[in-house]
Design a protein around this ligand. Structure first.
Ligand code: PLP
Length: 475
């Protein structure tokens, strides 16, 4: 009965024979109760060793596809075929047909397939990967790698020395008021945002978001279907005054020390008004402090989390810009009474964060190399920004308007064009960017390109500007 098995040399023979036999039994091309040739016969027919056939028969017997009958030979199990033959309304199998899958999930409409070319020059959010001090990093990594302590489980909250190092860093450089046990290490800022949605949101709770704003936050915060309400900007910062007329909200997401993507900084009067509004309205502010290390116009402003004691602020930080996005390490700082709830949410969703990168970052900070690296990057990005801005003014004057505040690691070039189309055309030429319109909830009121210059070398900056110029002139 077996004359349709074909074996090749690409994969192990045993694996091929197993797959082909089991598939034919499932498809009922070999009928229930029918006898298979002896292993000696099949081995001779296929030109393989008898051991190979015996191993496959044994595996199929163990899984219930086949049965041995004493003194008679090997047969296809009738029970499994009976199970396959029971038609139901939703699941009817005919030989050779692929069964339909149960209902598939509804896929969000966002186009998230950045994938292969996510690291193009000018990709927003990407640091200079080549300027990373890989040798010193590797020295620390190798040292940490040999520690037995890092091979087992750790606590959900994250590696304690890293939390201690972060506490020291955010207190000194960002004015954050916290103790180490208020810090939860996360899988990037993105996990912190998702945890906030899990812990705080009840059906129907409203969420306010800066508009335009950070898409990653919108995706995470709307994951349970809560309504997102856009809060417009005034100039390049959140318009705090409109909040008074907006009614209640459970959460407000904002980037007060460097609005993403427009780059404005809320002044002290507006920050105080924002925190007081949140206190009056029982709203939690999510402060995403994603790249405040890189300010060129002013010294970085302190975080609003530290304005007063007990601000209703959930502070989100990340090493994606200051070190590398590939590490996927971020942190969430919450008021003490909320820590347990977040730890539970983290336990049931992601579990622990990998220990080795945490331990490496903590030694990198403690040894002073983090502060040195930030100083170097600040200088490097300032030079790139100056160069990029100069070329934009010289080459693209009249075609785009750079939003000066947005300097940090990216520059927004506003202009009256189809920014989605232009961004795609630029990508086809090997340069990243995101369309400004994609950062809006609802109606788009501004168009332009968000261009991350930090990841581009000077020759790439020049080539990117010239590619953009030719596209703008052609369109
Ligand atoms: C506004 C903003 N927040 C946070 C992040 C960092 O996200 P993650 O730590 O998940 O890489 C980014 C990265 O691009 C960002 O642009």
């Amino acid at each position: 009965m077996i004359d349709d098995i074909r074996l090749d040399s690409a994969t192990p023979l045993q694996q091929q024979l197993y797959r082909q036999l089991s598939q034919r039994i499932i498809d009922q091309r070999y009928l229930p109760g029918s006898q298979l040739p002896s292993s000696r016969q099949l081995a001779a027919d296929l030109g393989v060793s008898r051991n190979t056939v015996n191993a496959v028969y044994d595996q199929l017997k163990a899984e219930g596809f086949l049965q041995s009958r004493a003194g008679k030979g090997v047969f296809i199990n009738e029970d499994i075929c009976a199970a396959l033959n029971q038609p139901t309304q939703a699941f009817t199998r005919t030989p050779g047909n692929t069964a339909p899958l149960p209902p598939l999930p509804v896929v969000p409409r966002h186009n998230l397939r950045l994938s292969e070319d996510a690291n193009l020059p000018f990709q927003p959010g990407l640091p200079d990967l080549d300027a990373f001090p890989i040798r010193s990093w590797n020295r620390i990594l190798h040292h940490q790698e040999s520690r037995r302590l890092l091979r087992g489980y750790d606590c959900i909250q994250g590696y304690q020395p890293l939390r201690q190092a972060i506490a020291g860093y955010v207190q000194a450089s960002r004015g954050v008021r916290c103790k180490e046990h208020q810090i939860i290490i996360t899988n990037g800022a993105q996990q912190a945002l998702s945890l906030i949605a899990d812990v705080l949101l009840q059906p129907g709770d409203r969420i306010f978001c800066e508009n335009p704003g950070y898409r990653g936050a919108r995706y995470a915060l709307s994951r349970h279907g809560n309504p997102l309400l856009p809060i417009p900007l005034r100039g390049q910062v959140l318009d705090v005054d409109v909040l008074a007329d907006m009614g209640p909200a459970k959460l407000l997401f904002c980037t007060p020390t460097h609005q993403y993507p427009m780059g404005g900084i809320l002044d002290i009067a507006q920050r105080m008004a924002l925190v007081q509004w949140a206190q009056r309205n029982q709203t939690w502010i999510i402060e995403d402090d994603y790249d405040s290390e890189f300010h060129f116009h002013n010294k970085p402003f302190a975080a609003i989390q530290g304005l007063f004691d007990n601000t209703p602020v959930l502070y989100v930080g990340s090493f994606s810009k200051t070190l590398l996005p590939g590490l996927r390490i971020g942190y969430l700082i919450v008021p003490e009474p909320m820590v347990e709830a977040f730890l539970w949410a983290k336990r049931v969703t992601g579990g622990e964060t990998p220990l080795l990168p945490q331990a490496t970052i903590s030694e990198f900070i403690e040894s002073g190399q983090f502060a040195r690296h930030l100083r170097r990057m600040r200088q490097l990005y300032r030079e790139k920004w100056t160069y990029f801005q100069k070329l934009v003014l010289e080459e693209l004057g009249g075609l785009v308007t750079p939003v000066a505040e947005s300097a940090g690691m990216h520059l927004v070039l506003e202009g009256d064009f189809d920014d989605l189309d232009l961004s795609q055309q630029l990508r086809a030429k090997g340069f990243g960017s995101t369309p400004l319109s994609a950062h809006f909830i609802g109606e788009t009121t501004r168009t332009g390109l968000v261009m991350g210059f930090a990841s581009a070398s000077e020759p790439q900056i020049a080539a990117g500007v010239s590619a953009l110029k030719s596209l703008l002139l052609r369109n």
